[in-house]
Design a protein around this ligand. Structure first.
Ligand code: EPZ
Length: 427
C-alpha cells in the first residue's frame, strides 16, 4: 500500500501544465470501438483509469499501443468478445460506456455493473431507458448488464435527469443506429462536446452537443481518426483552488478558460485574483480567504467534482460558508477526514456549513474517493505539520503525476510505501 505524506503549510508558486481530461478520455477510449480502423488519441492523461480501460479493450481482442506517454493507438478491427468482466469493471464507473459502444458496433454487450466513486445510489435507469427506446433489450443478470438488439433505431429520448453518463452512453449507441436520435435534457459538460467532436471526426453526424438538445443522424460506418483530448477542467480547477487556498501564485497552463468560469467566479468571490490568458489562468491570493456560498449543478453550474476541493479551502475562510450539493445524494463523506485536521463542518443532508478556523493541523486521513482525495491534498498543503493520506489509489485514478506537479510548485509531498499492518498480515 502507498500513502502521500505532506508537510505544510506551503504557498504554491510557479507553473503547472494540465493534462488531457479524464472524463473525456474515459468516454473516447471506449468510443474507438465504433471505428472501422485505427484511432490515434492524443493528450490522453497518464492515469490508472485510462490503463484499466485499455486493458478492457485488450480483453475484448483490440490492439492497444502507447506511441508516447500521452498518445494511444487503438485498433479494434479484430474485436471478438463484447464482454467486460467484473474484475475489470468494478474499479471504475466509465466501464459502462462499453455498453453503448458495443451495442453500436456488435449489437450486443455484456458489462459488469460498474464501480467508481461512492456517492450513494448511482442508478443507470436513464441509460437503459435510452437503449430500450432504440430497440435494445436490456436485462441485469448475475451482476452483468446485458444488452442486445437486431437493429438499433433512432429515437426521441427525453432524459428525466441531466446525466453525463446517460447522455454519453446513448450518444455512443446512436451514432450508427438507423435514423435520427434526438436527446432532450442532455448534459452539456465539456467532455460531452469533446466526445461528439471525436465521433464527428470519425464520420458521425452529431449536432447540438453542449446544448440540452443533441441530434444524431445515424451513419452506416465510422472510420479511424486522430484526435486530441481537451484539457481537464477539473484538474485545472483543483490547481486553481490549491493556489488560492495556499495563498500562492500559480500559472495554470493548457486550459480552456471558458470551461473554468464557474470556478473562477467563486474563487474571485473568496478573495483570490484570477487572470485569464488564451490558454492559461493565473491564480493568486494575498488577503484572507473570504466565506462564500456555493451550490453544485450540472454544467455550466459549479461542478460537483470541484465541491470537496473548494470545501477544503473554505475550512480556513473568514466566517461560515454554505456548500450545497445539487447533483449527488451523498458527497460529504470526506468531511469526517477534514475534521481530523481541525476543520469545523456540520452536514445536514446535502448542505454543509463550513465554519472557518484560523488554521488546520496535520493528521492521518483517508481519500474516500477521487475528488475527496484531492481535497485532502489541498487541506494537507494548508495544514501545519504532517498530513498522511491513505487510499491514494482513488487519487491516482484521475490525477496525472500529482506529486511531481505539486512538488514543482514548491510543495513537500512524497509517495511512500506502507507495510501492511500486523493485523492484515495475520489474516
Ligand atoms: C459523471 O458521472 C462523472 N464521471 C462524475 O465525475 C461527475 O461527478 C458526474 O458526471 C456529474 O458531473 C465520469 O464522467 C466518468 P451523472 P455520472 O449520470 O455520469 C442521477 C469524477 O470525480 N442519475 O451525470 O455517473 C445520478 O444519481 C467523477 O471525475 C440517475 O438518476 O453522473 C446523479 O444524481 C465522480 N439515473 C445525477 O443523475 C441515471 O441513469 C448525475 O449523474 C443516471 C444518473
Amino acid at each position: 500500500m502507498e500513502k502521500f505524506v505532506i508537510h505544510g503549510p506551503v504557498k504554491l508558486t510557479g507553473e503547472v501544465e494540465i493534462s488531457g481530461a479524464k472524463n473525456a478520455a474515459v468516454a473516447i477510449i471506449p468510443a474507438a470501438i465504433l471505428a472501422q480502423g485505427k484511432c490515434v488519441v492524443e493528450n490522453v492523461p497518464n492515469i490508472s483509469d485510462v490503463g484499466l480501460l485499455c486493458r478492457m479493450l485488450q480483453d475484448m481482442g483490440a490492439r492497444v499501443r502507447f506511441l508516447t506517454n500521452t498518445t494511444v493507438e487503438i485498433d479494434t478491427t479484430y474485436l471478438t468478445n463484447p464482454v467486460v468482466p467484473y474484475e475489470l469493471a468494478r474499479h471504475m464507473r466509465a466501464s459502462y460506456y462499453f455498453l453503448g459502444a458495443l451495442l453500436g458496433r456488435c449489437s450486443e454487450a455484456s458489462v459488469s455493473m460498474p464501480g467508481g466513486c461512492c456517492f450513494g445510489v448511482r442508478p443507470i435507469d436513464q441509460h437503459i431507458k435510452g437503449f430500450e427506446a432504440m430497440g435494445a433489450k436490456v436485462s441485469i443478470d448475475g451482476g452483468m448488464i446485458n444488452a442486445r438488439c437486431d437493429t438499433l433505431f433512432g429515437a426521441h429520448i427525453y432524459f428525466d435527469v441531466v446525466s453525463v453518463g446517460a447522455t454519453i452512453n446513448v450518444m455512443l449507441a446512436a451514432v450508427r443506429a438507423k435514423g435520427i436520435t434526438i436527446l432532450e435534457n442532455a448534459a452539456k459538460e465539456p467532455h460531452i462536446v469533446d466526445l461528439a467532436n471525436f465521433l464527428n471526426s470519425m464520420g458521425a453526424d452529431i449536432r447540438g452537443a453542449g446544448t440540452d438538445v443533441i441530434k444524431i443522424h445515424g451513419v452506416d460506418m465510422l472510420h479511424g481518426t486522430t484526435y486530441s483530448i481537451v484539457p481537464d477542467q477539473i484538474e485545472a480547477g483543483t490547481y486553481m483552488v490549491a493556489a488560492a487556498a495556499t495563498g500562492g501564485d500559480v500559472l495554470i497552463r493548457n486550459v480552456i478558460p471558458k470551461h473554468l468560469e464557474s470556478i473562477t467566479e467563486k474563487l474571485e468571490k473568496s478573495g483570490a485574483l484570477v487572470v485569464e490568458y488564451d490558454d492559461a489562468v493565473r491564480v493568486t491570493r494575498k488577503g484572507p480567504v473570504e466565506k462564500i456560498n456555493l451550490k453544485t449543478m450540472p454544467h455550466p453550474g459549479f461542478p460537483t467534482d470541484m465541491q470537496p476541493q473548494m470545501t477544503a479551502m473554505l475550512t480556513i475562510a473568514n466566517g461560515a460558508s454554505i456548500v450545497t450539493e445539487g447533483v449527488w445524494d451523498n458527497r460529504f463523506r470526506y468531511v469526517d477526514e477534514l475534521r481530523r485536521l481541525g476543520a469545523q463542518i456540520s452536514v445536514d443532508g446535502k448542505v454543509a456549513v463550513v465554519q472557518g478556523v484560523p488554521k488546520l493541523t496535520g493528521a492521518p486521513v483517508k481519500a474516500t474517493d477521487l475528488r475527496a482525495g484531492a481535497a485532502m491534498i489541498i487541506a494537507g498543503l494548508i495544514a501545519e505539520g504532517k498530513t498522511e493520506i491513505e487510499d491514494i489509489y482513488h487519487i491516482e485514478r484521475g490525477y496525472e503525476d500529482i506529486v511531481g506537479k505539486l512538488n514543482r510548485l514548491g510543495a513537500d509531498i512524497r509517495r511512500v510505501s506502507i507495510p501492511d499492518s500486523p493485523l492484515v498480515q495475520a489474516l
